[in-house]
Design a protein around this ligand. Sequence first.
Ligand SMILES: Cc1cc2nc3c(=O)[nH]c(=O)nc-3n(C[C@H](O)[C@H](O)[C@H](O)COP(=O)(O)OP(=O)(O)OC[C@H]3O[C@@H](n4cnc5c(N)ncnc54)[C@H](O)[C@@H]3O)c2cc1C
Length: 281
Amino acid sequence: MIREFITADSFEDALRKKLDAKGQAHFLAGGTEMNRLGSSVSPEVAVSLKNLGLESISEAHGIVTIGAAVTLQALRDSVIVPAYLKEACGFCGSLTRRNMATLGGNIMLQRDDSYLMSTLVSAKARLIFADISMDGQYVEENIPIREFHAFRDHFVGSLLVSVVLNKPTRFVASQRFARTQQSPAAVTIAFGADISSGEPHDVRICAAVKGTGVIRFPEIEDGVSSGKFKDPQEIVTLLTASSDFIDDITGTAVYKRYIVGTAIASMYRACLVSIGKGGAV
Ligand SMILES: Cc1cc2nc3c(=O)[nH]c(=O)nc-3n(C[C@H](O)[C@H](O)[C@H](O)COP(=O)(O)OP(=O)(O)OC[C@H]3O[C@@H](n4cnc5c(N)ncnc54)[C@H](O)[C@@H]3O)c2cc1C
């Protein structure tokens, strides 16, 4: 339960106030997770991100920069946010929650039913973090989201400032599988590829799988990039023989594996259609 609410007037001030609380504090963005009954994020001290100017969305030369405290509904309403990200924000079925929940909060949580992580990894988003280094200096760094995904623990104390989408022509598609729009998702999955050469390459496939976490599929990414699959359906067979999924309330491990495989195959086909190949490899 939050017992102390702290405001800050700069990124550095927010980071130092969080450090002063010696592990008791979390940044407070929309608060939808922090105030959720039974949340795993339940700090005594909240350092508010209000007043830090993290709510802007801008575009220059096709590069879209989004402040970490932009809400999912503001992303949906924006005319400059790419359609694939707007669609992923719609995976959060509650308008009330979309009006509070932020992009940054969603990324930092990296839940196993994350609305946005798969899409952002597939889009090859970049993240701008602010931090206090070991020697006490204020620093900012620009990292690929795949690094955040792979080394999440390194960013526990960091402040996510913004998200940069700098691949305007990339193909990105996402799918979410749940019993109802308000139910927890068994799988939220995305497929992204550079299609500038007329063939899919630089492929990223990422899924949030309930009970497993946010995972990538490097073997399939490489296979698609190298044109190894004669038919996208071969991916379904490949996945049947692998992957660590578990049975839970959202579905059995077998079901999750099957939908991951079929979803990747269908998005791969859609990617081929988008480059005028009609689904043929
Ligand atoms: C009923 C319910 C169902 C939900 N279902 C889902 C779901 O299916 N999928 C899903 O992904 N989420 C779900 N959520 C969680 C949540 O709504 C979203 O993940 C939301 O985007 C979190 O953003 P927030 O701004 O509310 O985060 P907050 O609750 O404010 O913060 C969450 C965490 O992120 C940290 N944080 C926030 N912003 C930053 C930042 N800029 N830099 C560093 N750290 C930061 C906070 O310190 C905290 O640890 C659900 C929540 C509720 C109440």
